[in-house]
Ligand binder design. Structure first.
Ligand code: THU
Length: 132
């Protein structure tokens, strides 16, 4: 695992986070992926008055990657405002798992300056995955 997050990914995730639509939780999250084609895809959480309809930052970044024709998450950075680090929710762990190997390093960053890294296999062991 690399020790520090890719700077360009941090910038992209932060930019997306600043555009997050989170009027209900007031918890803004951004995510940025580097795919196998070297390009960066970013997303933010988009909440809804019908609360369960809200989507996570990771889901937005993955959707942007797939829409662009890429299929593999090679690097990912997730960032949230404040000093609370946004470890991906269970659903997002499964979504990331669809397009990544267990040795993927997931960097979780807070705007307060903390960085934690996990491997996907560590936070989603014994995952359900079908080969496409
Ligand atoms: N959220 C994300 O965008 N990603 C995560 O990994 C955790 C949670 C969002 C969903 C919701 O808009 C807000 O954070 C509070 O749960």
């Amino acid at each position: 695992m690399s020790n520090t997050p890719d700077h360009a990914l941090v910038v992209a995730a932060k930019t997306a986070m600043e555009n997050a639509y989170a009027p209900y939780s007031k918890y803004q999250v951004g995510a940025a992926i580097r795919a196998e084609n070297g390009q960066i895809y970013a997303g933010c959480n988009v909440e809804n008055a019908a609360y369960p309809e809200g989507t996570c930052a990771e889901a937005g970044a993955i959707a942007a990657m797939i829409a662009a024709g890429a299929k593999q998450i090679k690097d990912i950075v997730i960032i949230a405002v404040g000093d609370v680090e946004a470890a991906p929710c269970g659903g997002c762990r499964q979504k990331i798992n669809e397009f990544a190997e267990p040795d993927l390093t997931i960097f979780v960053v807070s705007t307060a300056g903390d960085t934690t890294r996990y491997s996907l296999g560590e936070i989603l062991p014994h995952s359900f995955k079908l080969e496409a």
